[in-house]
Design a protein around this ligand. Structure first.
Ligand SMILES: Cc1ncc(COP(=O)(O)O)c(C=O)c1O
Length: 395
């Protein structure tokens, strides 16, 4: 008789995606352990320290004994401050009762999709885009409907493309501006047109605004401030990018009234709460001096200008000027290698870790994603290495 059957994994795991940045980071670390020098342009996190007054607030809270469970929706002080912050920065009016605090922005992406989608519902999301969107949509059994971003529009989408994708079955539209991986920003005219198109549907909107403060030109505008949008929009923000707090795992969102209880239930079922001392740090971030984010933005602008000019001058490469976030998305269609192979070989042979654009969807197949949240010196060295690699390949 055959032995006992081997325990099996869930079939649904086939539908769960991942974030390539973490696997490339692991490969880069492996190379470093074997003695290789690697320049890290793969992972999307600021290389700055979390500002001192924010760290001090967490330490004070720890010392004051804030080390226990706390409300799943967030501590009242952070809900109040974050509601005031979103109201102030987006020109909307959000009450603290609609403000939820989560373990980063990421859980809101997953739980929102799970809370609103039935199998067969359609979800429109940017392509290329943050890979967790598609992963969550597939996991829920909903139908992914990619919305192409157009390089010739500086990686904005054409509202006509959105119109063509909105149907009676559209349950959710995911927007992200400034955008990962392209650095694109949805312009004012397109935002208004997008709101008009969505207003004709019964779709929810998830507006991922985690890079809202990392904008190099103009004023940030949220779809939530367009007529009729606030009551159907999950307005998502967090501390990771703005305050260099990726490891703290704290994000927040203003959500429509009817989504408050369902999302809190997901938190109760999964993470229970965000550590209270982390939330105290969040209060300090929002209420304390804002010179650190301002200085970070100024430094990132210098780096953007350097890396974009440098990439654009490489053989076979052209690079648009991103308007926000800290990513460049150079086009490498003229390099005689598929972008995935190019990314792999740049890591293995040149010691430059970056991502193939296809990690963000088929729309990124001709591009690389370069995270320029790294020192000017590192960026200059990376450009030199890339030039040395590309010159013999591209004539
Ligand atoms: C577009 C986008 N949304 C959300 C996140 C997740 O942010 P958090 O660290 O707050 O979970 C990221 C992180 O890279 C991102 O790029």
């Amino acid at each position: 008789m055959a032995g006992p059957a081997h325990p099996r994994l869930a079939a649904s795991l086939d539908r769960l995606g991942t974030e390539t940045a973490f696997s490339v980071l692991a490969r880069a670390k492996e190379l470093e352990r074997s003695g290789r020098d690697v320049i890290h342009l793969e992972i999307g996190e600021p290389d700055f320290e979390t500002p001192a007054h924010i760290r001090a607030a967490a330490v004070a809270a720890l010392d004051a004994g804030e080390t226990h469970y706390c409300p799943s929706a967030g501590i009242p002080e952070l809900r109040e401050e974050a509601a005031a912050y979103l109201s102030r920065t987006r020109g909307v009016s959000v009450s603290p009762g609609r403000l939820l605090v989560g373990n980063g922005a990421k859980p809101f992406l997953f739980f929102t999709v799970l809370a609103v989608c039935n199998p067969g519902d359609e979800v429109v999301y940017p392509d290329p885009g943050f890979p967790i969107y598609e992963s969550a949509v597939r996991w829920s059994g909903a139908v992914p409907v990619p919305l192409p971003l157009r390089e010739e529009r500086d990686f904005g989408f054409d509202p006509a493309d959105l119109a063509a994708r909105l149907t009676e079955r559209t349950k959710l539209v995911i927007l992200n501006s400034p955008q990962n991986p392209t650095g694109g920003v949805i312009g004012g005219g397109d935002l208004a047109e997008t709101a008009r198109l969505i207003a004709r549907t019964r779709a929810w909107v998830l507006s991922d605004e985690v890079y809202g403060r990392l904008l190099y030109e103009g004023e940030f505008r949220s779809i939530a401030s367009e007529p009729g949008m606030l009551d159907r929009t999950i307005l998502l923000d967090g501390f990771s990018k703005t305050y260099a707090m990726t490891g703290w795992r704290c994000g927040f969102a203003a959500v429509p009234e009817s989504l408050v209880d369902p999302l809190v239930r997901f938190f109760v079922n999964s993470t229970s709460c965000v550590p209270p001392f982390v939330q105290r740090a969040g209060v300090a971030a929002l209420t304390g001096p804002q010179d650190a984010p301002a200085a970070m933005l100024a430094e990132l602008r210098r780096r953007r200008d350097l890396i974009v000019a440098g990439l654009d001058a490489l053989p076979g490469v052209s690079c648009r000027m991103p308007k926000g976030a800290f990513y460049a998305f150079p086009n490498v269609a003229s390099v005689p290698l598929p972008a995935e192979e190019l990314a792999r070989r740049l890591l293995d042979e040149a010691g430059v870790a970056l991502l193939a654009g296809s990690a963000f969807g088929p729309g990124g197949a001709a591009n690389l994603r370069v995270s320029y949240a790294s020192s000017i010196e590192n960026l200059e060295r990376a450009l030199e290495r890339m030039r040395a690699f590309l010159e013999p390949l591209v004539r």
